[in-house]
Design a protein around this ligand. Structure first.
Ligand code: ATP
Ligand code: MN
Ligand code: MN
Length: 351
């Protein structure tokens, strides 16, 4: 579960050019537009990140006109998404604002409110998840325990991590807005997974199963495993018709690899070994955007995330993913790898 609401300290308040009723304050690595004087540097606040869905309680009712989202219920009456007030990226007087701040008094009495306290549950905050696209198909079980799930943390919550790795060389890839794909061969068995589930590969209606078949992945992976002498998984993003409105305007489904994982050693391959493996497997990697020596704070990384997609110069890219050329395990983050999302993408597509 993503931590969406936490107790944080406001570090900065700055004017917005041309605006006198509002200003911007800094919380973690985020800029939030607020009424002038509402919060001061040093104030402790409840901060709710973008993608928060706030419950329909009196404290949040003022958000109804701008942010109310009704529940999404499927044909069988199952609630796919609860109703509530959805916090998203907005632009006010030219200033991008991400998230929302409240005084600590909105917390139920007795809620721990120390710096960094996770108050997501105490406030009943849920994650806003846009309905999934593509045909999910039948699942055979949970995501296997012998593989890591795909995920990337946002740079905005990693100021301390960024400080620690200044001077380290990172490579950048384009973050693609599709759906997560994993395929593996382990102990002689081939499998395909979505973000959270192991799929039934006999169900040809599933988008990800179709992709695996079209790529001949089972055979390719088996050949690779036989040659290398260890089990392996590939993880990538599936994009194209039927997936996330096919933003890139592709004619066919494609799968762009961002991880090759040595299942036997429980280890990601380093960048160059990964690219060699991807080529050997006859697959394609996610678009490469070069390297940099980290000398950047959150704002600089967000600025770097802006730009159009390598796959289609007419569309905003979703963002960038940064990783060191050699895999690094960080005490706080786990695998050293994180994302910066392009604000222009969020403003355009995140309804
Ligand atoms: P959040 O945790 O911020 O709520 P999320 O977990 O739903 O968001 P994303 O914002 O899509 O997910 O970020 C992580 C996903 O990005 C990965 O699971 C992977 O499927 C996808 N992805 C796309 N392009 C890349 C890339 N170049 N490198 C790594 N992951 C990528
Ligand atoms: Mn995530
Ligand atoms: Mn995604």
């Amino acid at each position: 579960m993503r931590t969406l609401a936490t107790v944080q300290t406001v570090t900065t308040a700055e004017p917005i050019p041309g605006a006198d009723a509002i200003e911007k304050i800094r919380v973690l690595g985020w800029w939030v537009v607020v009424k002038k004087g509402e919060f001061r540097p040093g104030d402790r606040v409840v901060y709710c990140e973008i993608d928060s869905l706030l419950p329909e309680v009196p404290d949040f009712e003022f958000l109804r006109p701008s942010s109310y989202k009704p529940a999404i219920v499927d044909g069988t009456g199952t609630v796919l998404q609860h109703a509530g007030f959805r916090i998203k990226t907005v632009r006010l007087r030219g200033q991008v604002s991400q998230g929302i701040c409240f005084p600590l008094i909105i917390l139920p009495t007795g809620t721990p409110n120390g710096e960094g306290a996770d108050v997501t549950e105490a406030l009943g905050v849920r994650k806003w998840e846009p309905p999934q696209t593509g045909s999910a198909g039948r699942s055979k079980g949970n995501f296997p325990g012998f593989l890591p799930k795909t995920d990337e943390t946002r740079a905005q919550v990693l100021e301390k991590t960024l400080a620690r790795y200044q001077g380290v060389e990172f490579y950048l890839t384009e973050k693609l807005d599709g759906t997560s794909f994993t395929a593996f061969v382990r102990a002689g068995e081939f499998g395909v997974c979505s973000r959270n589930l192991l799929l039934d590969t006999t169900d040809d209606t599933a988008t990800l199963v179709r992709v695996a078949k079209a790529l001949g992945l089972e055979e390719r992976l088996r050949t690779f495993v036989a040659a290398r002498g260890h089990d392996v998984a590939v993880q990538g993003e599936v994009i194209g018709p039927g997936v996330q409105q096919n933003k890139y305007g592709l004619k066919e489904l494609a799968m762009k690899v961002f991880n090759v994982f040595d299942v036997s050693a429980y280890r990601y391959l380093d960048r160059s070994d990964m690219l060699t493996a991807v080529a050997e497997l006859g697959l394609e990697p996610v678009p490469a955007l070069g390297t940099l020596v980290l000398d950047h704070g959150v704002d600089e990384l967000v600025a770097l995330s802006e730009g159009t997609s390598t796959l289609n110069p007419k569309v905003q890219r979703e963002g960038i993913v940064l990783r060191p050329l050699s895999e690094v395990q960080d005490d706080y983050l786990g695998r050293l790898s994180f994302k910066a999302i392009n604000p222009k993408f969020l403003l355009k597509y995140d309804e």
